[in-house]
Ligand binder design. Sequence first.
Ligand code: ZN
Length: 113
Amino acid sequence: MHELSLMDRVRELALDQAQRHGASRITSITLRIGSLAGVDPEALQFAHEVVMADTIAAGSRLQLELVAAQCFCSPCGAPFAAPDGVCVCPCCGTISSELLQGRQLELAALELV
Ligand SMILES: [Zn+2]
């Protein structure tokens, strides 16, 4: 289950940030997830509980910000939505290789106490 190893990295980042800010607890963690990141939100919630247990982030809330995938069409000079990762411009049919967003999995915000 790769959600566990992802959350493991998130935990390292979050604990590092908390330490830098001298926080004693992490109460909420927000992740930004692209629709093509290939993660299962439910599995992430589960992984979050497992990975954060016994840390200052135990019992914190996990919030997920979902980001829809987008490609850019050069002939049209405009971005378009590519919900399933198929980057074919709906206006001119050009196959775009410029994925603007949709694959990210980032730590977006932390609530520290
Ligand atoms: Zn186009």
